[in-house]
Design a protein. Structure first.
Length: 142
């Protein structure tokens, strides 16, 4: 089964976002083991130290300068990367992520637009669900 870990700075405070995230997490259960780790918002350098322990060759950081994928490309990406090892996605705080940590992982981007880290988490989880639907031949994507 596909294993994905999301490392995110801060908690999701807005109830409507919490509910939307919970819905996609529920939908993902048959397809993916999803773990979310929330880190305290305490500045880029301290956050980077905490994030470092989760970083490996299958770690991807979301950053405005990262590589953008459409949903079909993301589905292929998840399938290829998740076959052999768990995937870790990192979403930073409003300050971003330290350059040192960015240099140790591949960068992805959800969009050229800027989103709150809370919304980025929802968008990422929805795209993971969409990728699972695409990869299992389901019609959700259309």
């Amino acid at each position: 089964m596909l294993k994905i870990r999301i490392i995110a700075v801060g908690r999701v405070k807005e109830r409507y976002l919490q509910e939307a995230i919970a819905e996609y997490v529920k939908r993902l259960r048959p397809y993916c083991k999803l773990e979310t780790i929330e880190l305290k918002d305490e500045g880029m350098e301290k956050e980077a130290i905490r994030m470092q322990k989760y970083a490996d060759k299958n770690t991807f950081i979301f950053d405005a300068q990262g590589r953008q994928l459409d949903s079909l490309e993301f589905a292929s990406f998840v399938k290829a990367k998740g076959e052999s090892a768990p995937i870790t996605f990192i979403i930073g705080s409003a300050e971003g992520i330290s350059g040192k940590l960015k240099s140790q992982a591949q960068l992805l981007s959800l969009s050229k637009m800027t989103f709150t880290h809370e919304m980025a988490r929802l968008f990422l989880i929805e795209q993971i669900y969409r990728a699972c639907m695409i990869n299992s031949g389901r019609s959700y994507h259309k």
